[in-house]
Design a protein around this ligand. Structure first.
Ligand code: SF4
Length: 596
């Protein structure tokens, strides 16, 4: 057994019991691992129409076959469940060190079932599994919980936990590990909270077996060389972190501002990666076995914490009209402490600001902290209120779609399938807009990062306004991303590596015989089972859409002035390229071709 440990840990919280099962290796390899394998387990074991926060939903944590191996960035794990925010399949991944430790402990998958009567945590120490009382942790922030558990298990134990956001069942709650790494999107932390599961600690002494050490010694340096020689992974990300994108995206007129009312922020320089590095950066950090090291630690006064990432800077910065980087760093800190997703939280505050601007939210609701665009205090205070479900913060904790709908102004939520859009205006980047609309988990940039060809010119430069070939590009990026997520590697490697490199790494570790084509085909298979889950859950073509504003309101100024998104022209071609019918349903032939 190579790459995989061959073991599933199945925990029943109601009975406080567990068992260790054999992993079906053929099935694991067919869906690779991580996101693919987790989705296969979800579709096999969970009714797509389950209420996401009920005890019938399952909380599935899956490592990839390359997680815990010496491959570059091989430390990621995936949380798979049905999303309480979007009602879609949810798969949210995170880096840090927890995933590699799970593999060292000897497991590929943890499936958590049912709900504990009172708060618990699971402790995994190789073969020793305990389900322990967590009353003393309930209510604690992410860093408080992590430190408390590290005191109980001082040796090498890694902590995955939820914060108050997950306990309060915020639909924007994240699963956090290593204090500041987040499986952030889709509200997966609320599923953990709904099961009264506060944390999973893990320690392992094992080592993942490698099929062909000599081959790995050949392909590993080749991959690292490509990563180091690439402008984005070798220079941009290590020097400035993901925040290097602030000025780049703004100069392209694609930096959503004031809840996407504009796409150019005239104060972008104040919140740029360069300014962050200049004034607030204290150290750079890296996840397990990562040669890129895009992580940042910043300090404002006494407060020092991981981040902020580009998306976070945008969400609390330009999207809320805020140019105060200190406020952004503080809001990011509170998101990590509360265990809530920075993108969805920032974007929901931005939607609330527009609701306030347009008179839907009244002064008497804002508790002395006006939701005005540009109000830096507001982004900090409302982040804390969302985390604690305090006052209007409880309504905001449901996400921007439900918030805006409650005021009869659904169109002011800039989301797809109820998941808040990230930091790229689709009107200025047409392929990315198509990708948002068709993403199986909703408005997400890491389901297919077309920013790479449309803005950064990798692997080749595409005209960001052109529609030509974008359907095909969207499919390729979505499929490749599904495979990378499933292998257990970081998506950022894809700036430098292609499907053939992932095939080489996978083959060396697991003894598989993948090629570039079969890596993409595996991604296609994963994409299609995700789609089938969504269709079963009633999420169909009607939800493959973008917010009305992006289709009808031209960008008012800046380098992309005058553009709207042309989804109607792109969507039919996308369905065709996918081998789906006109309603966006996979055809029998397509499923047969993929052996689904
Ligand atoms: S590139 Fe950044 S996010 Fe990805 S593994 Fe490395 S440090 Fe982690």
């Amino acid at each position: 057994m190579y790459g995989y440990n061959g073991k599933i840990l199945r925990v029943n919280l109601k009975e406080k019991s567990f068992k260790v099962e054999d992993l079906n290796l053929d099935m694991a390899k067919k869906y690779i691992g991580g996101r693919g394998l987790g989705t296969k387990i979800l579709t096999d074991e969970v009714d797509a129409n389950v209420e996401p926060l009920s005890s019938e939903n399952k909380f599935i944590v899956v490592a990839g076959p390359l997680t815990g191996t010496p491959t570059p960035t091989g430390g990621r794990y995936m949380v798979v469940t049905k999303s309480p925010l979007s009602g879609t399949v949810a798969s949210s991944n995170s880096g840090g060190y927890w995933g590699a430790e799970l593999k060292a402990a000897g497991y590929d998958v943890i499936i958590v079932e049912e709900k504990a009567e009172s708060p618990v945590y699971i402790n995994i120490d190789d073969d020793s599994i305990e389900i322990k009382d967590a009353d003393f942790l309930w209510g604690k922030t992410v860093s408080e919980t992590t430190k408390a558990l590290e005191q109980i298990y001082p040796e090498k134990t890694k902590v995955l936990t939820i914060g108050p956001g997950g306990e309060n069942l915020s639909k924007m709650a994240a699963v956090m590990n290593d204090i500041d790494r987040a499986a952030g999107r889709s509200g997966v932390g609320a599923v953990m909270g709904s099961k009264n599961l506060k944390a999973i600690t893990v320690k392992g002494t094992g080592k993942v077996k490698i099929h062909d050490e000599a081959k790995l010694k050949e392909v590993f340096p080749k991959a690292v060389k490509k990563i180091r020689e690439n402008g984005v992974t070798g220079e941009g990300l290590p020097t400035f972190g993901t925040a290097v994108l602030v000025n780049i995206i703004n100069e392209n007129g694609a930096f959503p501002t004031d809840n996407f009312q504009k796409a150019f922020f005239d104060k972008a320089e104040d919140i740029s990666g360069e300014t962050l590095a200049d004034k607030y950066l204290v150290k750079k950090t890296a996840c397990y076995r990562c040669p890129i090291a895009c992580g940042r630690h910043c300090k404002v006064g006494d407060l020092e914490a991981g981040g902020p990432e580009y998306e976070t800077i945008w969400a609390f910065g330009a999207d809320c009209g805020v140019s105060d980087l200190e406020a952004v760093i503080k809001a990011n800190y509170w998101c990590n402490e509360m265990g809530i997703d920075t993108i969805s939280v920032g974007a929901t505050i931005a939607a609330a600001m527009e609701l306030y601007q347009k008179g839907y939210i009244k002064d008497e609701e804002v508790d002395g902290t006006p939701l005005e665009f540009g109000n830096s205090e507001a982004v900090i205070e409302w982040t804390k209120k969302i985390g604690r479900a305090d006052g209007l913060g409880a309504k905001m904790a449901e996400g921007s779609h439900r918030l805006a709908k409650s005021y009869g102004a659904e169109d002011l939520s800039m989301s797809v399938k109820k998941l808040e859009l990230p930091a790229y205006d689709p009107r200025a980047i047409q392929g990315q807009g198509l990708q948002y609309a068709t993403s199986n988990r909703g408005g997400c940039h890491v389901r297919g990062y077309l920013i790479s060809p449309e803005i950064l010119g990798l692997p080749e430069k595409l005209d960001k306004f052109s529609l030509e070939g974008k359907a095909q590009w969207a499919k390729i990026f979505q499929d490749l991303t599904a495979s990378i997520d499933s292998l257990g590697l970081c998506l950022f490697t894809s700036f430098a590596l292609g499907p053939e490199d992932y095939a080489d790494l996978y083959n060396a570790v697991c003894g598989t015989d993948h090629t570039a084509e079969t890596i993409l085909e595996a991604g296609d298979r994963i994409w299609n089972i995700e789609k089938l889950f969504n269709l079963e859950a009633g999420i169909d073509k009607k939800q493959d859409k973008l917010p009305k504003r992006l289709l009808e309101e031209p960008i008012p100024d800046g380098p992309s002035k005058g553009w709207t998104h042309k989804l109607d022209e792109l969507l039919p071609e996308y369905y065709e390229v996918r081998g789906w019918d006109k309603e966006g349903v996979p055809t029998k032939d397509k499923l047969k071709q993929l052996d689904i």
